[in-house]
Write a protein that binds this ligand. Structure first.
Ligand code: NZQ
Ligand code: ZN
Length: 389
């Protein structure tokens, strides 16, 4: 196991009715003038927006609001939000929505207190300072409610890039599973796939002696495989949604990823799909993860065998471990497909003729590669895209 530091200071408020406590927690954590940031309108339709306003008013907190964060959030609204926060002297940003809204809110919070262009953070500058950020989560998926990350697409060139920094960890996050009852089934499935992908990106590692975090990853995957079909069948299944919601946070605040080299190629490869075709991030992952697995399996097939046996209960063929690994990949694909997720390039609107562009558009590390489990250059990434055709 590698050396690591782990600091996850977010205060989580979990359970029924907790959105009514938003005002209390904003006050407790020092906010006096709040920007409520939200997405395309679901929070207005469900009445959540009004609940939040009432809660802030009850605690004497001033607020303004900015809606319109779209899935795969864009830089244009971030610039608008920064200007608004400066003009209105906002001292606290409250994101009410999913990962896209939260990520947009994080970018606004950092950009407001930064003299340069907020995009610098998405080109690699660490985020050291931001207005305090808090979240009221409406979809378990991206894990941004507990993560130090934000992903934004710059309209100039449709570059989808991530930024990281401790200042991006929310100061508090409200997680009420009841708020997910209005989710379309497809969004529930996309969210589950993203959560599973966050676990798998960490699971595939060349680092040895990581049994504790391996077992935590496996437990999360087992729980998700059990709970996801229940939530998709009945979005108002509180127990299933509650388990998925907490899994979404645990999968991505890095508690299951510490002390190990992580992979993250699949996310990089997928981000090109959701930037170019505007598909849901989770849908793109369902297409890319199985083909990435197929491609890199030879690098350490026993890691795939371990996953097959411990999570999918597949009996191991020790004479032919590749066969066991392939059976596991097939089972994973079938599982995602059974939730209603796409499994091919075509289904997310992707085109073979864009493969070269996407593979060359990825932001590679200094050696021209990505990936902690297996190093992949642009040529290898093209082969992976082609496997999804
Ligand atoms: O915009 P509204 O109207 O709210 O509708 C949203 C949106 O259309 C809808 N929705 C959300 N909650 C709802 C609801 N509809 C009805 N009832 C509810 N309770 O669902 C749609 C998807 O929302 P979005 O916020 O885009 O989903 P998600 O949480 O999956 O976020 C995706 C974004 O997060 C990034 C992705 O790349 C993508 O841009 N990621 C962020 C990460 C991070 N910050 O740590 C890590 C992830 O790997 C990921 O890359
Ligand atoms: Zn993700």
């Amino acid at each position: 196991m590698n050396n690591f530091t782990f600091y996850s200071p977010t205060y989580f408020v979990f359970g029924k009715g907790t959105q009514h406590e938003a005002g209390h927690y904003v006050k407790r954590f020092g906010g006096s003038k709040v920007l409520i940031h939200f997405g395309g309108g679901s929070v207005k339709r469900t009445g959540l927006y009004d609940d939040i306003c009432r809660s802030l008013e009850k605690h004497g907190i001033e607020y303004i609001s900015l809606g319109g964060a779209q899935p795969n959030p864009r830089s244009g609204l971030v610039y608008e939000g920064i200007e608004l926060c400066r003009k209105e002297k906002v001292d606290f940003v409250l994101a009410v929505g999913g990962g896209s809204t939260i990520d947009s809110a994080k970018a606004i919070a950092a950009g407001t207190v930064y003299d340069g262009d907020f995009w610098d953070f998405y080109e690699g500058k660490p985020v050291e300072k931001a207005l305090p950020i808090a979240t009221v989560l409406t979809i378990p998926a991206a894990g941004s409610e507990g993560s130090p990350d934000s992903v934004i697409t710059h309209e100039d060139g449709m570059r989808k890039r991530g930024a990281t920094g401790e200042a991006y960890r929310p100061i508090f996050s409200i997680l009420n599973p009841e708020l997910t009852f209005t989710l379309p089934k497809y969004q529930i499935a996309c969210g589950v796939c993203d959560i599973m992908a966050h676990v798998l990106e960490r699971y595939f590692t060349p680092t040895e002696d990581v049994e504790t975090t391996d077992r935590l990853c496996e437990a999360l995957l087992c729980a998700l495989i059990e709970e996801a079909p229940k939530a998709v069948a009945n979005p108002e299944d509180y127990g299933a949604q509650a388990n998925i919601m907490w899994a979404g946070m645990v999968a991505h605040n890095n508690i299951v990823g510490v002390g190990r080299r992580q992979d993250w190629s699949t996310h990089n490869i997928e981000h090109e799909l959701s930037a170019l075709y505007d598909c849901a991030h989770g849908a793109g992952l369902a297409v890319i993860f199985p083909v990435w697995m197929q491609y890199v399996m030879k690098n350490d097939v026993m890691r795939f065998v371990q996953l097959a046996s411990r999570v999918f209960g597949i009996s191991v063929n020790f004479h032919n471990p590749e066969e066991t690994a392939l059976r596991m990949i097939e089972r994973l694909k079938q599982f995602w497909s059974s939730l209603g997720l796409p499994v091919s390039f075509k289904e997310v609107g992707a085109k073979a003729e864009d493969i070269d562009f996407m593979a060359e558009h990825i932001s590679y590390e200094d050696d021209g590669c990505i990936g902690g489990f297996m190093r992949l250059n642009a040529e290898r990434v093209k082969e992976i895209y082609r496997l999804a055709l």
